[in-house]
Ligand binder design. Structure first.
Ligand code: ME8
Length: 645
């Protein structure tokens, strides 16, 4: 294979239960990264798989009346099926019951032993079976497991130990010398503190159950499930019998894991690798956790989100897009059906789908269905290729840092700007005059080209819909095959016939959801306030009761879970305030920042979707077309807080 190697892994998931949103999240993220890197020409190995040994799984199988092997075969199949449904492009699926893996673990155990890092001792301690981990008494929380809160068991057994304590200092030195090793930085700080607290030797064999890999030289002992599991990253690339392949792909570029297992990957795993004399992975990235409507996802609460159900109802692309777009990758995120529908409608249907529909409709109407060559240019037109260059470069930088949210936000900046460009350039007016027609080709070309570029950049995430957009633009093949270089401006050849089709992103019905937030449309008069009769005139004293002020927008952010609301922080001269405005469909948060606007400063505060709004921003809109809206700005700069009269 040509291209630099790039090796990315997910954790291997326990097969004690069926896959849920959390597993899908990590796997979708790694898939998007793998697809992006392939588009950049890397020779990618993307690995996922299942972690099948241990007491927890043995017990579960027995409880269900199966042999462990029958049981793990069934659950593993469910993981594989789901990855197929979610377009996961893993190059290999590893199972810890694979014969090759068993050999790899036994070799690793033997090597650690030969290096003098494993010794026989006796263990007495508290063991949490669901977490497959021992804890010293001092770490227990109210007598329970400090990680999952469940009861622990007192265990005493003869066990082999790995000299983890020996590696504290080398680990700290390594982490200091390689600041990119543990990401994000907050997790690095946690790990450094953990190591500084002192490392105890690790129990790496068990004798109280059988469902595990036998220790090669000690009958009755099976290898501790975490040592077994971590070794999967070596097995999958030929550790046992393909040294050339192993040499090429090791060390891994990134182990992507949930935040709760960063410790296993950035303390135990590197210590084992140091003992084996192998280089350490370049990065361990610990992402955040999903809660569901503020609660931890759990079977007992009955709130486990099944990815397949969402993919079936809303499409695979919608699910993939939502999980990566909703929150920064390193931080926790909250899932709700409502925020899912809102985001998918707002970004995919209203922004991207709408741009495609408008662009192909206008090319049909004004250019006979064929993408025209550019003609004359104005500054407005020139801004589009410039913005495309800027946003794509930033998106690539963000994807490289696993900042999927920012990567997609950058691409959607281009999409948003292109939609605005349609309104500003107004091709339907250009088509009416000779002068306008000289520019019309430029505008239509720029729209189609922006869309083509955005589609290439989104294709690692929108595995199916990107291809549909591609086809509607009249292009052959698949956007992902075009490679990342195809995001360069000018790749679209004029003369291609567009193939306008069905809307690529249907809008999902939000009636129930909309009812609960319709009060959040500040531009509307509250339903209970009667409209004044047209003839009613007011006196100046009535007008004077409204305190209108100039405000400068300092920050703007979308309100999570709403496609209409933006939360803005404004400078009102003497004070800073938060105002929530229903203009998210018309303005991106970035374009609002810095604007001087007019606000009603003496309006009673209101709470919209959980956010306090302290005032109201003025905007004009036409009754006829709710899409048209323009925020009132000032003709020339003036001090924030100035009175408007
Ligand atoms: O820990 N939010 O397997 P596991 C986000 N077998 N991600 C979540 C999540 C949530 N609510 N719940 C689970 C194991 N995950 C071991 C790993 S690796 C050598 C061995 C994801 O089945 C996240 O990636 O408990 C987390 O780290 C992983 O599933 C845990 O999967």
């Amino acid at each position: 294979m040509s291209g630099l190697p790039f090796y990315v892994t997910t954790p291997i998931y326990y097969v004690n239960d069926l896959p849920h949103l959390g597993h899908a999240y990590t796997t979708i993220a790694c898939d998007a990264l793998a697809r992006y890197k392939r588009m950049r020409g890397y020779d990618v190995i993307f690995l996922t798989g299942t972690d099948e040994h241990g007491q927890k799984i043995e017990r579960k199988a027995v409880a269900e009346g199966h042999s462990p092997k029958e049981y793990v075969d069934r659950i593993t199949a469910a993981f594989r099926d789901l990855w197929g449904e979610l377009d996961i492009s893993n190059d290999h699926f590893i199972r810890t019951t694979d014969a090759e893996h068993v050999r790899a673990v036994q070799q690793v155990f033997q090597k650690l032993y030969d290096a003098g890092d494993i010794y026989l001792g006796s263990y007495e301690g508290w063991y949490c079976t669901p977490c497959e981990a021992f804890f010293p008494e001092a770490q227990l929380k109210e007598g329970n497991c400090p990680d999952c809160g469940r009861p622990v068991e007192r265990l005493q057994e003869q066990s082999y130990f790995f000299r983890l304590s020996k590696y504290g200092e080398p680990l700290l030195r390594y982490i200091e010398a390689n600041p990119g090793f543990i990401q994000p930085a907050s997790r690095r700080h946690e790990m450094v503190n953990f190591i500084k607290g002192g490392l105890e030797d690790l129990c790496v064999s068990r004798t109280t159950f059988k469902w595990g890999i036998p220790v090669p030289f000690a009958p009755g002992h099976v290898v501790y499930v975490w040592l077994d599991a971590l070794t999967n990253y070596l097995t999958a690339i030929g550790y046992v019998d393909d040294p050339e392949r192993f040499e090429r792909y090791w060390p891994a570029d990134v182990h992507v894991v949930g935040k709760e297992i960063v410790r296993f990957h950035s303390v135990i795993w590197p210590a084992v690798l140091m003992s084996l004399g192998l280089p350490l992975p370049k990065c361990v990235f610990g992402h955040g956790w999903w809660t569901v409507e503020g609660e931890k996802m759990s079977k007992s609460k009955g709130n486990v989100i099944k990815p397949k159900e969402y993919a079936d109802e809303f499409g695979v692309d919608a699910l993939r897009y939502f999980v990566l777009r909703e929150a920064p990758f390193g931080q926790d995120a909250d899932f709700s059906r409502m925020s899912f529908i809102y985001r998918v409608n707002a970004d995919l249907a209203n922004d991207l789908g709408n741009l495609l529909s408008r662009t192909t409709a206008m090319i049909n109407k004004f250019a006979g269905g064929v993408i025209p060559a550019a003609g004359e240019w104005t500054d407005l037109d020139r801004a589009i290729p410039e913005l495309a260059g800027e946003t794509i470069e930033k998106a690539a930088g963000a994807f490289d840092r696993l900042d999927f949210q920012e990567g997609m936000a950058q691409v959607f900046r281009l999409v948003g700007a292109a939609n605005k460009y349609v309104d500003e350039a107004a091709p339907w007016l250009l088509a009416r005059t000779d002068e306008g027609r000289r520019r019309l080709g430029t505008v239509l070309y720029n729209l189609a080209e922006s869309l083509r570029i955005a589609t290439v950049a989104l294709s690692p995430v929108l595995t199916r819909k990107a291809a549909e957009i591609w086809t509607q633009l009249g292009l052959d093949g698949e956007p992902s095959d075009a490679g990342w270089d195809a995001t360069r401006w000018g790749g679209l050849a004029p003369g291609i016939r567009v193939r306008r089709g069905e809307p690529v992103f249907p809008r999902f019905d939000t009636k129930a959801e909309v009812a609960s937030v319709s009060a959040g449309k500040p531009a509307d008069r509250p339903a209970d306030e009667p409209a004044p009769p047209e003839s009613d005139l007011i006196g100046i004293e009535d007008f004077a009761r409204v305190d209108l002020r100039v405000a400068t927008i300092l920050e703007a952010k979308r309100v999570s879970g709403s496609d209409k609301l933006v939360k803005i922080q404004v400078d009102l001269g003497q004070e800073r305030r938060q105002i929530v405005a229903g203009i998210a469909r018309h303005y991106s948060p970035e374009e609002l920042v810095g604007k001087q606007v007019v606000v009603v400063a003496n309006l009673k505060p209101a709470t919209l979707r959980g956010e306090v709004s302290n005032g109201m921003l003025l905007a004009a809109s036409t009754a006829k077309d709710p899409k048209e809206l323009s925020v009132l700005t000032l003709d020339r700069p003036i001090a924030s807080g100035s009175k408007v009269k």
